[in-house]
Each structure stands twice: as C-alpha cells, then as structure tokens.
Design a protein around this ligand. Structure first.
Ligand code: TSB
Ligand code: ZN
Length: 644
C-alpha cells in the first residue's frame, strides 16, 4: 500500500497509509481532539472526518471552537430534520436545507401545511434518529442513475440536472434517507448535541415568486445545551425589543391590510419621532451648505430609461401606469429628479460642489416575503442628497459626508456599526452597468478615501448600486441581522447618461461626478432601529412624549393644564392626562408607554408652583419648581443626551 505525507498546522509531517481518515489522524494525536473534532480542512477544502485521504495533503482538524465547524454541524442538523420529516410524512418533497447565520432551515413541499404540533413531533423524531447514532455516509452516484434514484423528488431532480457533474456526491442517513449534497458533514448523528426547531415560514422554490410555494422550517443548533439555552434567552430578550411589537404597543405605526403590505401608516407618536429626526438632519445639512428641494414622487418611464434604472433596476420598481398616451412610474430613487435640477441651469466650477438634498419619498417593489414592519417597506422616505463635484473634489466631499454620519450616529446614540465597501460584479451585466474602467476607478477612490480617514472596512462583492460602488454603514438589529443604513456612493455613470457638465477654469465643459448619499437612511428603517436600540424608551430629545402631567384629582386639573401649556410653550412635548382615573393607574400607563417624566400635581404643587417628578427609570425624584423642571429638560433636549 502506498504512503502519503500529511502536513499538520504546526508544520509536522505524518507518513500514513493512503486511505487513512482525518479522524484516525486526530485519534493518533489525542483522544480529546478526536472527541471535539467536527470536520477536517484538507488543503483548502472542508472534508468529512471519515473521508479517506488518498494523496499528500495539508490537514487541519476543526473542532467546536471553529465557526466553520458550527456551519457544518448545523448543515448536518438540517439533514437530520429532513430525515425526520420524511419518516413522519413520507409524501413530502424536499427543497434545500442550508445552514444560515443563526442556525439552519429546510424547505419542504407538501399539500397540508405543517402545524406547531407537527414541529414538536418532528423535533422528537430528530432526537430519536440522533440516538440511533447513524453515520452521515458520503456516496457517489452517476448523474443518469441519480436522476432515476431521485425520481420521486422533483426539486432534487431539478438541482441534479442543473448542478451535478458526471458523478455527484450525496449523503445517506440510515437506510432510507439520501440527499444530493456536497457536504461535508459530522461523522454521525451522535455528534449533534443541542438543537431546536424554531419557526415555520413560507418560501418560494429558488426564491422566486413564479415558483411553487414551499414551507420552510427554521431551527438552530449549538455545540452545547448551554450555548443553545443562552441563544434562546437572547431570542426571548430580542422579541421584547422587536420594533413591530413595540410599534404596536407604543402606538408608533401600523400596517393595514386595506392599505397594503409594506405601506406603513405613521401614528401620531411615531410621526413625532420621525419629524424630530427630519428636522434634525435638515438642520445639519443646512449647516453644511446643502440646498433642499422638493420633487414629485413619479415621472415618465423615459426618465428611467435614460438613467438606466429601467434596464438594471426594473425588477425592483412598481409597474408603470398609463395615462394620456404616456407611461408614468413611481420613482424607485430620487437621483434622476435631482439631476434635472442640476441641469436646470448652466453650472460653473465655482459653484461646485452643488449639494441637492430632499427628504425624498420613493417606492420599491420589495417581494412580500421580505417585508418587515418599518425596516423593509415598499414606500419610504430617504434622507437623500446628490452632491455634484469635480473629480478632484470627490475625496473631500466624501470625508465631509463621513463626518456628518459620525456626528448623526453620536447624537442618535448609535455605537455598533461596521463599514462595508460594496463592490460591483464585472460578470453580472444585467445588474450592473457595463464599464470596467469606471468600476475600477470608483472602487479605488472609495478604498483610498476610507484608508486616508483611517477607518476599518470590509469588502463585499455584488452589493454595489447598479451605477457605482458604495460605502455602506451596516447596523445589526436585535436579532443580529445586518442591514445597510447610511450609504455613500460614487457615480460616474449617471453624469454620462444625462451628459452633465460644468464650465471648468479652462473655459471648457467638463463632466461632474455624483456622490449619492443618505445619512439617516430612510425614516422607516432608522426609526425601526431606534425603537429596538432603546427598547422603546427613547432619550428625551427623541421621545414622542417627553413629560406627562398627572393631576391627582379633578380639583387639580386646572393647575395641571397650566403646567402642560407652559411646557408646550417652552417647546417641550407634553401630554396632559386629565382622565377621570386614579393617579396610580395613570402612572402605570405612562410607565408602560416609557414616557421619560411623569409630573404629579396636587394641592402642595399648585401652591408652590412645582411638580412632583417621577422618572421612568429612576422613580421618584422629588418636587421641583415648574420653571426649573422646564429648564432642566430643555437642556437635556437641546444637548441630545441619550442616556437616562
Ligand atoms: C442614496 N440613489 C441612492 C441615494 O441617493 C439610493 O437610493 N441608494 S439605495 O438604493 O442604497 O437606498 C438608500 C437607503 O435606503 C439604503 O441604504 C437603505 O438604508 C434604505 N432602504 C433601501 N430599501 C429600503 C426598504 N425597502 N425599506 C426601508 N429602507 C430601505
Ligand atoms: Zn441617488
């Protein structure tokens, strides 16, 4: 038998017989390593611990300490789920079952929808299969045989037809379960120690609403029961902060079936927060020399044909409407309108940068499955601006925008975020305009600008806008799910499409560059974030109601009203609760509404022109003269303190 050389991470080399398994090498190193082992890295690829090594290789044993191992482990748990479903409901057709950030899922097709009871039963069966200690066995099948083998699994047949080479790999789990799969997997079901099925959702085969509707079962798995329990506790905590739940309880926004999905209605309290944010950012922009404009929410389709939206962004737009021989469409972005304002007069280099800003409302056809509360909607208002610059102004404009982002985040109390350089994809001509030189330049400019500012960032291919690369600021919601909020985009494309120009010092016409930027993101997405960040207990400057005045009895309503009016006149957001209810009940309710200050007034207060102050977090703060209270809260408001 031939011998092969296996190089371990510490550089040492083991000579072993060809066909030796990574697990055997792990056992020869230590019993502990073999016990903790989940999967092997052979050269650059992940391999099953039980897959024989046939030639010289670099080998690393990945244990429960390694995030890649957790992914494999969760993928194996997804197979366990599918095996349990097929045992219980043999008529089920299998879709795909990958690991995801927070666990795994598997998609199934079946006439009758799964119920919560089914989930419990499936989970129980998963444990039974786990206890049988079945190996995850890698097998190889010829494509034509495989197609026959899977003839009662149409989705698998589709995948094999599309993806499999002449011979493909698959994994069995016991005598009856087999799945077309690249692997790798854990060696056997006994390795899987802690998992839980979490929820059911609808999903489309291959993510397209043109395809069959499937049922997705979500679950999660961890290496230990303790890790699982910690995660489930965090999940419970997160649910309490969920902006959709708090949005209802605190009367911030609502989504009505009658209006339509993804079209939220802002209730008075939510609208107040939004207005505060809007005023705040417009004021910051004014300080930086932005000019604010108003433009309509729709335009002729031709405008978007010229800009390139029609060609590259069509899928995300509402369908056009026809009127008087014209086709109009709801705008998916504000840029074309702003470009026409730039074009409305001749521009000289002396006025550049021209910064046109608008709280611009736009409409996007987000698929129903991805809509969520305020964080992903179909009608949204963006804190948008387009900065028209000469090529040598790009970097200074960029860093000015970054300064504004950092200022705004500081005032809003946002501290956890990452910078993502979102790059194009040269091979995807459908999604991105075809101009390699332009992409190279844009990406280089952004990379250099970030490096000069000394800001750390990571890069992501295929996340750019169709017209250019972006620097995105990524925030995670309470569930750890990341979305883009602020964005700064360098665009050489739209200026060309609209043949924009400015007169340069040489007297000739030159082409400007457009920087698209949003600081606050959409009002919708930012408010969803702030609700979760503060669990609804907004800092004074953002709180929809800053103080509620509570008369102890009817006799005190008159004085209470006067206090309330003085607060309003001082620019504070006050509420008077003059209902004929016990003051303790009113305090309880104001507390649940997370109002920062409750001002109780009775005889003593009326006499001394004072209020008895209760804080939502610190409780009783004693009596204060009305004027002093007003001055203190105004100071908190004006300095935008975000701590209680
Ligand atoms: C910055 N033309 C640029 C603009 O000039 C633009 O529209 N960029 S964008 O497409 O990236 O959108 C800007 C921001 O809007 C995103 O970064 C994101 O924070 C927010 N946004 C996008 N889609 C949605 C949505 N469906 N719901 C809520 N907010 C969204
Ligand atoms: Zn834009």
């Amino acid at each position: 038998m031939s011998t092969i050389q296996v190089t371990l991470p510490d550089g040492s080399v083991q000579s072993v017989a060809a066909g030796t398994k990574p697990l055997e090498i792990a056992q020869s190193i230590s019993k502990r390593l073999a016990e903790d082992a989940i999967v092997a890295r052979v050269n650059e690829d992940l391999w099953d611990l039980t897959r024989p090594l046939e030639s010289d290789a670099k080998l690393q044993i990945l244990t429960t300490k390694n995030p890649e191992a957790l992914e494999v482990y969760r993928h194996s748990t997804a197979h366990l789920l599918a095996a349990a479903v097929l045992e219980l409901f043999p008529e089920t057709k299998l879709g795909i079952g990958p690991p995801i950030e927070s666990g795994f899922y598997y998609d199934f097709q079946r006439d009758r929808p799964f119920t919560q009871e089914d989930l419990e039963q499936i989970e129980k069966r998963m444990w039974e299969i786990q206890a049988r200690d079945l190996p995850y066995e890698r097998k190889y099948t010829k494509k034509d045989e495989g197609l026959k083998l899977y003839s009662d699994q149409p989705m698998k047949v589709e995948l094999i037809t599309e993806r499999a080479g002449e011979v493909f790999s698959e994994y069995t789990l016991g005598p009856h379960f087999i799945d077309f799969c690249r692997g790798p997997h854990v060696p056997s079901t006994k390795k899987i120690k802690a998992f839980k099925l979490l929820s059911l959702a609808g999903a489309y085969w291959k993510g397209s609403e043109k395809n069959a509707q499937l049922q997705r079962i979500y679950g999660t798995a961890f290496f230990t029961q303790k890790d699982l329990e910690d995660y489930l506790n965090r999940l419970e905590e997160a649910k309490k902060r969920d902006h959709r739940k708090l949005g209802r309880e605190l009367e911030l926004f609502t989504v009505s079936e009658t209006v339509g999905a993804g079209l939220p209605l802002w209730l008075p309290k939510g609208a107040t927060i939004r207005r505060v944010l809007e005023d705040y950012i417009v004021e910051r922009e004014r300080e930086q020399g932005y000019q604010h404009v108003y433009t309509p929410d729709l335009a002729k389709v031709d405008l978007y044909k010229r800009s390139g939206h029609w060609e590259h962004y069509h899928e995300d737009m509402f369908p056009p409407m026809e009127l008087e021989h014209e086709e109009m469409v709801l705008r998916p972005m504000n840029c074309p309108h702003h470009i026409l304002i730039y074009e409305s007069k001749k521009r000289s280099y002396r006025e550049l940068p021209v910064k046109l800003a608008e709280l611009g409302t736009m409409y996007r056809y987000e698929r129903s499955g991805v809509l969520s509360g305020l964080s992903r909607v179909r009608c949204m208002t963006l804190n948008d601006a387009h900065i028209f610059v000469t090529p040598d102004q790009i970097k200074s404009a960029f860093s000015e925008v970054m300064r504004l982002v950092e200022r705004a985040y500081k005032d809003l109390g946002i501290t956890q975020y990452r910078y993502r350089l979102s790059l194009g994809d040269r091979s995807n001509k459908e999604k991105y305009v075809d101009n390699d030189a332009m992409w190279d330049l844009g990406e280089r400019v952004l990379r250099e600008a970030m490096t000069e500012l000394g800001l750390p960032f990571f890069e992501a291919k295929g996340e750019a806008a169709f017209y250019g690369p972006k620097l995105d600021i990524q925030l995670a919601d309470v569930m750890g799910h990341e979305e883009t909020y602020s964005t700064i985009q360098v665009d050489f494309h739209l200026p060309n499409q609209f043949e924009l120009g400015y007169i340069a010092p040489d007297g000739k016409e030159h082409r400007p560059v457009i920087i698209h930027r949003a600081i606050i993101s959409t009002m919708e997405r930012m408010v969803s974030y702030l609700i979760e960040l503060y669990a609804g207990a907004f800092p004074v400057w953002l709180a929809p109601v800053q103080a509620t005045v509570l008369p102890i009895t009817d006799r005190h309503v008159e004085f209470a009203r006067k206090v309330h009016e003085r607060l309003l006149a001082a620019g504070l957001r006050s509420h008077l609760d003059d209902r004929n209810e016990k003051v303790n009940l009113k305090i309880r309710e104001a507390q649940l509404q997370k109002v920062p200050y409750m001002l109780v007034v009775g005889d003593r207060e009326a006499e001394a022109d004072s209020v008895a102050v209760r804080h939502r977090k610190h409780g009783d703060m004693g009596a204060k003269p009305v004027e002093q209270f007003i001055a203190e809260v105004r100071a908190l408001n004006d300095t935008r303190i975000t701590t209680d």
